[in-house]
Design a protein around this ligand. Structure first.
Ligand code: NIG
Ligand code: FE
Length: 415
């Protein structure tokens, strides 16, 4: 019996520590045993020949190996798409205008309500496969396009099943307070009661909720309304997070901090008071450059302030059919650098260790450390900073989940 199951040798290993420091081990080896990382070593300190150390040895020939990417903010489950609204935006209409005319989130709500659970699962699964082929090994999936008990339940069941039946670790988030459904136009408090007193406790009792989110914005819910949701979540012992300061500053990040949110997300309009509050609460700032880019926003999140106050910065796809029809996690690293001025190292931390923190999972995933899950991505680049450089293209060569290969890039182009 060998000590390790699989040993990858001659790799350029992107070691990211718990503190978030990214170091590159230029000629390194990494091994796993029973799904966990069991060895990390420079090649010249291996101490034995590779075949004596592991049952299977894979030569990376200098390629770059990172932790598997973690998408900590996604709306992966939804019905239909909003390509027509994209056209309207190209013709000059704004995201808010389209939402006010009954399009936007409500358009996806209608499609999601009309879809069967099987359809939703089928479509979400194929999007998930694309993300996996781009290095993703863990993902958060929100509800929020159902807005009735049974349709929110349907979305969360699909998300849970994706976690149970795919190799990807799925964290579910209840986003009942995403938009006010038309049935409640004149009864906001009635809808909030439904969310807080019925949906949340019942869906939690079914084991469908890992965390609770809301959309704090003038076109969605006010700080006071979100606080009711956060209080209900906290009473049930569920962690919270928030879509905050995306289109305006409404003080959502401070509220999130008050409730020790795992993260506040978007944050283009975040001010220094909000940054300070997040630093105190230890909440992660999740930046979503896909939505910023597709909505042609000009207000950028306060990256320098986040650095100054040492708020961990994560990046995510925010994949959804409206603001962010993004099918690549690595592309978010490119846009995080290009649009928000992150360094490539910050971008890599943003999709690994800091994304793990945003999900409350940094003790088990997000960095190459002995004892953590052997969730790995192997890239056909020579150095980690290239991950935030190549714009598009299928750069993940193989993706490993708990020590097993879950994706191998096909060699299907015939020259
Ligand atoms: O994260 N901001 C709110 N929710 C989503 C967009 C939802 C939609 O447009 O369908 C977001 O951008
Ligand atoms: Fe979102």
């Amino acid at each position: 019996m060998t000590q390790h199951d699989t040993l990858w040798i001659n790799g350029t290993l992107s070691i990211i520590t718990e503190q978030g420091v990214a170091e590159t081990l230029q000629t390194g080896a990494i091994a796993c045993k029973d799904g966990l990382i069991s060895l990390i070593s420079p090649m010249d300190k291996l101490g034995d020949t590779p075949s004596n150390l592991a049952t299977k040895v894979i030569d990376l020939e200098g390629k770059c190996l990172t932790p598997g990417l973690i998408d900590c903010h996604s709306h992966l489950v939804f019905g239909g798409n909003r390509a027509k609204e994209f056209n309207l935006r190209l013709q000059g209409q704004s995201y808010e205008q389209i939402a006010k005319q009954g399009g936007g989130i409500m358009s996806t709500v209608n499609h999601t309500r009309a879809a069967t659970e099987q359809q939703l699962e089928h479509d979400a699964r194929s999007r998930l496969a694309l993300l996996v082929s781009d290095g993703v090994t863990s993902i958060e999936i929100k509800s929020g396009y159902g807005l009735t008990f049974k349709d929110e339940e349907k979305m969360l069941r699909v998300a849970r099943r994706l976690g149970d039946t795919s190799p990807v670790t799925v964290t579910t988030t209840f986003l009942g307070a995403h938009a006010l459904p038309p049935e409640y136009t004149n009864n906001r408090s009635g809808y909030l009661d439904l969310v807080c007193k019925e949906m949340l406790p019942k869906l939690h009792a079914q084991g469908l909720i890992d965390s609770v989110d809301a959309f704090c914005e003038s076109i969605a819910f006010s700080v006071d309304e979100v606080e009711q949701v956060f209080q209900a979540a906290t009473d049930l012992g569920l962690p919270v997070k928030l879509h905050a300061e995306q289109l305006s500053n409404s003080g959502g990040a401070e509220l999130a901090a008050k409730y020790h949110a795992l993260s506040a997300d978007h944050l283009e309009y975040l001010d220094e008071t909000g940054v300070q509050a997040m630093a105190t609460s230890g909440s992660v700032a999740v930046l979503l450059p896909g939505a910023f880019y597709m909505l042609r926003e000009t207000q950028k999140p306060p990256v320098q302030l986040l650095r100054d106050y040492q708020v961990p910065i994560a990046l995510a796809t925010d994949i959804n059919p409206g603001s962010s029809p993004v099918l690549s996690a690595r592309l978010m690293m490119v846009l995080g650098c290009q649009e928000f001025g992150l360094t490539p190292e910050e971008a890599l931390r943003g999709m690994t260790i800091n994304a793990a923190k945003a999900l409350g999972k940094s003790d088990s995933v997000g960095s190459l450390q002995i004892g953590k899950a052997a969730d790995l991505a192997i890239w056909d680049v020579q150095q980690p900073f290239e991950l935030a450089y190549w714009l598009g293209g299928n750069k993940a060569e193989s993706v490993i989940k708990a020590g097993s290969c879950i994706y191998q890039r096909p060699e299907n182009v015939i020259f």
